[in-house]
Design a binder for this molecule. Structure first.
Ligand code: MLT
Length: 396
């Protein structure tokens, strides 16, 4: 008899953002004339920048000419893009080789796929509230999860201590959903902890481009000792508006070894078997993100999202609502007003002002009573949503 992966029976019925989308769909069906203000899932609203669009057009033309046409791409990434990413790190003082960079179709895919490197007996430490895909990917794979709740009291940035025991450690900084960012000193504590115990840190750096405080680390490889205990997973989704275009990259240092096995070499073995690489057209266009023109253009877009953050933060300040994030991260994490539960506040905002956010409880139990706004909405929608939230909440 065929036995399916029974781990699925331990998962929530549906994924958080799918759940929310279904609720919003039902609301829209019942209120077809109402405009919905989407500050929920962190999906970008601005189009790709000109440098990337020109790169896409040029790469499409390359595929029309036998002299420049590309068939299968190298599984670990096109050398030109691996070099562009590595140069970007090197320009910020992080030394790594091109071969330590692997091109992927995005961080969310990679965060699950990379678990192939680790035996199922390993336990995964997940700091909560957390991006729900960490939990789901580990449950699907039948791994034990060690939940580490964080709170307002520790700034949603818990540090390791002797009570923690896990072989894999997920760190996300700037954090989704809380927007909290580890300092170099705090990250160093996690790096030392992982090295001392032989654990591996899976560092999700998807939001690094939003850091504006230059003292904060954008990469775990800015921390001494990280090359022997960390894998960094990054993405152009939020940095350059690639949520629908898809491209990410993963850094696995050459020194990263456990039980005599080299994780970089293992990942080469994995990729050469399990993928035929990312499309030439997308990789060529992604290269444009790392040019000086591309960097200027993506940062102009990020500045627009940061303005959205300021608009929302001003509304919350006026209402006296506690929040964190928004400054070095594209998410604002707030305490639900009037003691409301997080799904209660979700329903309130949707029904009263047609604003969609994300209930904190969806990111783990300790997120109950909190709520997340994404700042990736259109500036116009964000402005109107903030005004309506401020007006309606002032009445209750
Ligand atoms: C989020 O809203 O948490 C993210 O957009 C989800 C993702 O990146 O997949």
């Amino acid at each position: 008899m065929l036995i399916p992966n029974m781990n699925y029976s331990h998962m929530k019925d549906s994924y958080l953002f799918y759940n929310i989308a279904q609720k919003v769909k039902a609301y829209s069906a019942a209120h077809p004339d109402e405009h919905i203000y989407r500050l929920g899932i962190g999906d970008v609203s601005l189009p790709l920048c000109d440098a990337v669009i020109n790169g896409l057009h040029k790469a499409a033309d390359d595929q029309a000419d036998p002299a420049t046409f590309n068939g299968y791409m190298p599984e670990c990434g096109a050398p030109f893009l691996r070099k562009a990413v590595a140069d970007h790190y090197r320009s910020r003082g992080v030394q790594l080789t091109d071969e330590e960079v692997f091109i992927s179709s995005g961080a969310s895919d990679e965060l699950g796929d990379v678990l192939d490197l680790f035996d199922r007996v390993n336990r995964s430490l997940i700091i909560e509230p957390a991006y729900p895909a960490y939990v789901d990917a580990n449950v699907m794979g039948g791994r034990e999860i060690v939940h580490l709740p964080s709170s307002k009291e520790n700034g949603f940035l818990p540090l390791p201590d002797d009570s923690i025991s896990a072989e894999l450690i997920y760190l996300c900084s700037p954090n989704n959903p809380t927007g909290a960012v580890f300092s170099k000193e705090q990250l160093k504590k996690w790096v030392d902890f992982a090295n001392a115990r032989g654990s591996v840190i899976l560092f999700d750096a998807a939001y690094e481009a939003f850091i504006e405080d230059d003292t904060l680390p954008r990469s775990i490889f800015e921390i001494e000792g990280a090359r022997t205990c960390a894998i960094e997973i990054c993405s152009l989704s939020k940095t350059a508006g690639f949520t629908g275009t898809r491209l990410g990259y993963t850094v696995i240092p050459a020194e990263l070894e456990r039980c005599g096995m080299n994780l970089n070499a293992m990942w080469v073995r994995n990729r050469t078997t399990k993928t035929n690489g990312v499309s030439y057209i997308i990789q060529r266009a992604a290269c444009e993100v790392f040019t000086s023109e591309g960097q200027a253009q993506i940062h102009a877009n990020i500045e627009i999202y940061k303005n959205n953050a300021r608009t929302i933060m001003q509304a919350l300040d006026k209402l006296g609502i506690w929040y964190t994030g928004g400054k070095n991260a594209p998410y604002i994490w707030l305490k639900c007003p009037n003691g409301m539960g997080s799904w209660e506040f979700f329903d309130f905002l949707l029904n009263e002002v047609q604003v969609v956010g994300t209930p904190g409880e969806g990111f783990g139990k300790c997120g109950e009573g909190y709520f997340r706004f994404s700042t990736f909405g259109s500036p116009e929608d964000t402005r109107i949503a903030a005004e309506m939230i401020a007006k309606r909440l002032a009445e209750i």
